[in-house]
Design a protein around this ligand. Structure first.
Ligand code: G6P
Length: 613
């Protein structure tokens, strides 16, 4: 986590950096800081615990003139979120400054050795250790700035995306990457470095994604890329696909609400061009590439974290239903530290919105080392997972800024539906007619999403009734079960109400003991194969005075006899249920969080891109 941004060029650096930090706040918002390097070799640092807006208060009225600078927004790992632990950090003499996203794993031993050699530290961070080390290498070896950074990094174990400034070399900006993301924007006579491209999207579309083990040296207007062992690399310049509008709120009060309302478009974008109703086919280049393997594969393993793990559960049901392949869905963090039985026959799918989640990436590295084929379903183009995998499919949800994932989830499910159907067709486990029916149904989904979103007003009323609840239960069966998990996660993430998702029938084995008149129970009770069973579960809740909010299929009048509130969604294929049923749950969490005056887009303690273990 943590967001980094840096600029060197002919413009004023501070507005670019502060604006960039606001766009990167989704990565962490425990503190913010900025370093500015003037041509008079003056290094100015301002930092403050809290959000970028609090840093702006600190710097109001100050002379911020500088054409080179960098900024950081922090998600605390080592040391509490206070002003001292905020980045940038300085070397002992104050000549060098650093910003860092990642964790220096051997910082404790490096720190001890540096203390023995007389270094004094101000903060509790691992980052300050690194900048002291760089300065020591610089002084002891009588080498230049760039060489000192390179040599110091050979002693470091861990993950980092760092940018360093040196008072002595005001024309230089040095960045280095291992394990944490870093992208360089190349303008005319100016360069940008950032965790993602959002801070500079209005200035340039030309970018280079730095690879692990590489260092970027910007000397005035010249960019050189080297490896840590000093081999020069030719930068691979790519063109950015995101636009400024896509990372702004567009009139909505919060990014999360905008992103919920974008889902008819983002689902459409995720299947557009891939489905061909006329000849009943699906084009997914990554899946086609492994056609032979997928036809014969004995099992598929899906790894992910958080909401992406929930999409993985939907993927399990889809792949088993349509392609008749056994699937295991694993928390990436657990999978990587077990000793999983894996070999070259396995096919491992990683699901990740950011494409940067450290545990998911590490799970893939493990799978690759065992010879498995690795496949990514990611949203952020050019991120680490798509670059590491053998093949993949982008979700095309567009930038998701709200920390709680919404449109990325439905886009992931869309990609999984297509993938399951594509494999089913290759294997012959689905008839052409059934496939065409499903593809036709898919085309109707954007309109059905629009219709589902019309329940917003009713959901605000329901949110008002339940906004002070202490606990909530979410129940579902079949495809409704991952939806229940995702609904509960959304509520806890942004409103801080304790919520559990459960398979509806499992309620009898524990959660039923919690049900009383204070307990809202959200039940996915659509007219699908499990309908009667779920209605029985609702009766069991009602018998204990629980208050039921049912997500039901349009036209189902009967359900209102059992539920306190009914939110209707259009009728749909059972396998596509998560695409619709999740939406009212996203809105319910959103409105409850707004009524509780929570910070919806940046919930406490969370971050969008979890680049630490
Ligand atoms: C964080 C985010 C979640 C997300 C999870 C996995 O916890 O707050 O919204 O689901 O990471 O992230 P990924 O980018 O891998 O989907």
């Amino acid at each position: 986590m943590c967001g980094i941004v840096a600029y060197i060029g002919y413009r004023e650096a501070s507005p670019i950096i502060l604006n960039g930090l606001k766009r990167l706040e989704y990565r962490g918002y425990d503190s913010a800081g900025i370093a500015l390097l003037t041509t008079e070799k003056d290094l100015k640092i301002y930092k403050k615990s809290g959000k970028v807006s609090e840093l702006e208060e600190v710097i109001k009225g100050k002379n911020l003139e500088a054409k080179t600078g960098m900024g950081h927004t922090r998600w605390a790992t080592h040391g509490e979120p206070n002003d001292i632990n905020a980045h940038p950090h300085l070397s002992g003499s104050g000549e060098f400054a650093i910003i860092h996203n990642g964790i220096i794993e051997n910082y404790a031993s490096l720190k001890l050795a540096l203390i023995k050699r007389g270094h004094e530290f101000k903060s509790e961070t691992d980052t300050e250790v690194l900048i002291h080390l760089i300065e020591e290498v610089y002084k002891n070896n009588n080498v230049g700035f760039e060489e000192a950074v390179r040599m110091a990094l050979t002693q470091v174990i861990g993950a980092y995306a760092i940018v360093i400034l040196s008072k002595k070399d005001p024309d230089y900006l040095i960045g280095a990457k291992k394990g944490s993301p870093m992208v360089i924007g190349i303008g005319e006579n100016e360069h940008f470095i950032a965790s993602d491209a959002s801070p500079f999207v209005e200035f340039t579309k030309n970018v280079v994604y730095l690879n692990d083990g590489e260092i970027a040296i910007i000397d005035g207007t010249k960019l050189t890329i080297k490896t840590i062992d000093n081999t020069i690399k030719t930068p691979y310049i790519q063109e950015l696909e995101i636009s400024l509008e896509s990372i702004e709120k567009g009139g909505y009060e919060h990014f999360m609400l905008k992103e919920i309302f974008e889902q008819s478009r983002s689902i459409l974008d995720s299947f557009r061009g891939r489905t061909h109703i006329n000849d009943g086919t699906i084009t997914m280049a990554g899946v086609d590439k492994f056609e032979d393997k997928l036809k014969n594969v004995k099992r598929i393993i899906i790894v992910g974290c958080g909401t992406s793990w929930h999409a993985g559960l939907v993927g399990e049901y889809l792949l088993e239903d349509f392609a008749r392949i056994p699937v295991e869905v694993e928390y990436a963090s657990e999978f990587r530290y077990r000793n999983p039985v894996l070999d070259e026959n396995d096919f491992v799918i990683a699901i990740s919105q950011s494409g940067e989640t450290a545990d998911t990436l590490a799970a893939l590295e493990l799978a690759k080392s065992k010879g498995a084929t690795i496949f990514g379903i990611c949203n952020v183009v050019g991120s680490s997972i798509p670059r590491f995998t053998d093949a993949g499919a982008y979700t095309h949800a567009g930038p998701e800024i709200g920390v709680a994932s919404t449109k990325a989830f439905t886009a992931q499910v869309t990609a999984l539906i297509l993938m399951a159907l594509s494999i089913a067709k290759k294997k012959g486990t689905i008839s052409s007619q059934r496939l065409r029916e499903l593809l036709i149904e898919m085309e109707t989904l954007p309109a059905k999403v629009e219709k589902t979103l019309q329940s917003d007003k009713l959901i605000i009323e329901i949110a008002n009734e339940f906004k002070d609840s202490k606990n909530a239960l979410y129940l579902g069966r079949g495809y409704g079960f991952p939806v229940a998990l995702e609904g509960a996660l959304k509520l806890k993430e942004i409103s801080y109400i304790h919520a559990e998702g459960y398979p509806a029938a499992e309620m009898k084995h524990g959660p039923i003991a919690l049900i009383d008149a204070e307990m809202p129970v959200v039940v996915i009770a659509t007219k699908h194969s499990y309908y009667e069973k779920v209605v029985s579960n609702i009766q069991e809740v009602r018998a204990r005075k629980g208050r039921v909010i049912a997500i039901a299929t349009e036209g189902d009048k009967e359900i209102s006899n059992y539920a306190d509130h009914v939110i209707y969604i259009p009728s749909c294929e059972e396998s596509m249920l998560p695409l619709l049923a999740t939406i009212p749950l996203q809105l319910l969490s959103y409105h409850i969080a707004v009524l509780r005056e929570c910070n919806v887009d940046q919930p406490r303690n969370l971050a969008k891109s979890v680049t630490v273990e």
